[in-house]
Design a binder for this molecule. Structure first.
Ligand SMILES: Cc1ncc(COP(=O)(O)O)c(C=O)c1O
Length: 388
């Protein structure tokens, strides 16, 4: 393989069939607000096993509308993991709420449930309104355990599953529980950014089993406007609509939905390839000193949006890979350390486990079209740097 070729950490895969699906929609009557949206929502809800799905402009919009639908108000406190992209926390701030960070577990890198219970137990019930866990890297939270805690303290859950369509955990009865199936989180959010499992350019989805939340989301996605005769306060004729609350234009287009439907057909194949790539890395690094690979418990099916290793000299390895055309990435600088969140009172040292992970983590190339040859090249360059 030519060593001048570049290998990113993540990348979309677009087939001729995907292109045809978009072209057909371009020739149809609807570029937006048409049948592709409804079909994409139906198929996505089926894919994750939820009753309802609402397609939106991106994952951030999905989180924002979710926080609105659950009624986050100025001053409401919501618990969020710091090991995530800023949007997981920002959705609370958009509604005027306060973000309270809870550190992560050092093996799963997910919200630490013991820490969470300590935080919750220290205040009277009602002090916190909700929790936003993130299925970091595609490793799903154990929804059943989190639900039990949430129930005890009267909290809602918005699961940020932007990394995890197709992931699942096995519950205490031995049953598979797909991420986003609506049984454990009130609302689950997904992103269709090109590095994610399903790419629509920009795009997002919210799944739920609550009809009430579903209807709220539909309304707030389109300016808070309804034409539904059953909901109108007055009716002046066929043209008539009412804006009943302050909403947004957070719609996905039909072009994007057509691409999403086409991509969804290959989602399971993509997951399978991600598993293979992860196994190849696991095997290759098994006896390599100085690398920590992802720890996967048997009750969790990892969707491997990312394959995150830890090394001591992360900057050195990052630069070595970059010099060799391999663009690894760092996920994430903990959100509480971003200047905006520091200015709200968060400090270095507040979240020691997340901060330690940030010092060492590196996301290696992980996407379904990564070839074995490319992966061998990446592995070789890592071993070369670590002199194994
Ligand atoms: C964990 C997480 N949450 C939310 C988002 C926001 O999604 P989007 O980029 O589609 O707005 C992302 C995307 O990068 C993400 O990784």
């Amino acid at each position: 393989m030519s060593e001048r070729r570049t290998i990113p950490y993540g990348k979309q895969s677009i087939t001729e069939e995907d292109i045809q699906a978009v072209v057909e929609t371009l020739r149809s009557d609807f570029l937006t607000q048409g049948p592709q949206i409804v079909e994409f929502e139906k198929q996505f809800a089926h894919y994750v096993g939820a009753d309802y799905a609402v397609a939106v402009a991106n994952g951030t919009a999905a989180l924002h509308l979710s926080a609105m639908a659950l009624g986050v108000q100025p001053g409401d406190r919501v618990i969020v993991t710091p090991m995530t992209f800023a949007a997981s926390a920002n959705c609370v701030r958009y509604c005027g709420g306060d973000v309270v960070f809870c550190d992560i577990d050092k093996e799963s890198y997910l919200l630490d449930l013991e820490q969470l219970e300590l935080i919750l137990a220290a205040k009277p019930k009602g002090f916190y309104k909700g929790i936003i866990p993130v299925d970091y890297a595609g490793y799903p939270i154990h929804g059943e355990r989190l639900r039990k805690i949430a129930k005890q303290y009267g909290l809602w859950i918005i699961e940020d599953a932007c990394h995890a369509p197709g992931a699942y955990f096995v519950d205490s009865k031995g049953e598979k529980q797909l991420t986003g199936n609506g049984k454990f989180a009130e609302l689950t959010c997904f992103s269709f950014h090109p590095v994610k499992h399903i790419a629509t350019g920009e795009g997002g989805m919210i799944t739920t089993n609550s009809k009430e939340l579903y209807e709220k989301l539909l309304l707030s996605r389109t300016h808070g406007i309804t034409k539904d005769p059953a909901r109108l306060q007055e009716n002046h004729g066929g043209w008539y609509y009412e804006m009943q609350e302050l909403g947004y234009n957070y719609r996905l287009t039909d072009l994007q939905a057509a691409l999403g439907i086409s991509q969804l057909k290959r989602a399971d194949r993509g997951l399978k390839r991600r598993q293979e790539i992860a196994q190849n890395y696991d095997k290759a690094f098994q006896n390599v000193k100085g690398i920590t690979t992802p720890q996967v418990q048997s009750a969790h099916f990892h969707a491997y949006h990312l394959y995150v290793i830890q090394v001591d000299d992360r900057l050195g390895l990052y630069n070595h890979l970059k010099e060799n055309g391999i663009f690894a990435q760092v996920h994430y600088e903990p959100v509480h350390l971003q200047p905006y969140y520091r200015q709200l009172g968060n400090r270095s040292g507040d979240m020691p486990v997340a901060e330690n992970l940030y010092q060492h983590c590196l996301s290696l190339p992980m996407f379904p079209t990564l070839t074995d040859e490319e992966q061998d090249y990446v592995i070789g360059k890592i071993k070369e740097y670590l002199k194994n």
